[in-house]
Design a protein around this ligand. Sequence first.
Ligand SMILES: [Zn+2]
Ligand SMILES: [Zn+2]
Length: 376
Amino acid sequence: MSSFEGRMKEYSYISLDRFDRENLHSRAYFLSHCHKGKDRTRRGARATWWWETRSESTLGLSERTGWWKTQITILEDVVVTLLPAGHCPGSVMFLIEGDQGTVLYTGDFRLAEGEAARMEFLHAGNRVKDVQSVYLDTTFFDPRYFAIPSREKCLEGIRELVKDWITLSPYHVVWFNCKAAYGYEYLFTNLCEEFGCQVHINSVKMFEMMPDILSHVTTSRETQIHACRHPNGEEYIKGNRLPCGSKSPDGKPLHIISIKPSTMWFGHRTRRTSVVMRVGRSSYRACFSFHSSYSEIKDFMSHICPVSIYPNVIPFGKTVQDLLEMLKPLCRENSRKGFVDYRPLGTLKRAKVEYTSEGMSEHTHKYMTCKLSTYI
Ligand SMILES: [Zn+2]
Ligand SMILES: [Zn+2]
């Protein structure tokens, strides 16, 4: 859970991922991603209304008015660049450049080692940009999560288990017990492609603007792979383990196994485990993370080498101070890299709004640049 209050020290008129309290007075709003249609815990109904009707500049998700909402009119001279965050479909990081320096707000992210080094917009020519501050997703910045198996490795383990089960008979069914509505699409699309079997979910509405994903999911209960969810989060519906209550067409009983994608559960194991673990007669845990591991975060920050790093998430049992101490060696003053000789962009020309996007609503691994300049 993010402890980020919504505003950065350098550009306090911009709010990111939090639209309540003092954020209601901000001049611009950016949402990096979301996991539910309505994330009330973060923004609340009033903030949603404010966000959609009053802000001068908005970029993010909106249920009421379509998938991605963009409304860009006035801001100070800053350039905001959206970088792929690899967390869930459409998730982005914000790189903000202006007179208060270059800052990076990561939102939630999962980047493999070496990925940041390939991001064009973090570089100016051959050099890494001179980043003043990073507001960092520190969910797994803990040596217990030193290395989380790659997405590919986890998928491989899950794929094996699913294959071994659903090929036994048409009555053998797998249920993914997912805790959020977004974030598992990588899993669904790959399994569907492998087994030619769409994944049952409660609603496809959220994927309407994502054709790549839409074709891999279904609201039909007649499938051997389910990721449907209980409306109130109960574990089981009486007499049927599947939240949708699906039964076989001829009334024969279904044989169901559950797979719970987890990261923390694996982080707490003292012994080395495989990516899939059996935890009950028909229950499994599968390692799956959409946040970067300790070593991936270290790799990312060592590459950028910012002056300051602020944690966005305080892992359970740690304090802000603990995190700041742990992040210190990655800050420029303490890193061996020293100062990066890079000239800032200088004063931006006053110009009309310039906005370009590439496939924002797709499973974005594309860049999107959004220039915000004073509009005359
Ligand atoms: Zn997230
Ligand atoms: Zn189902």
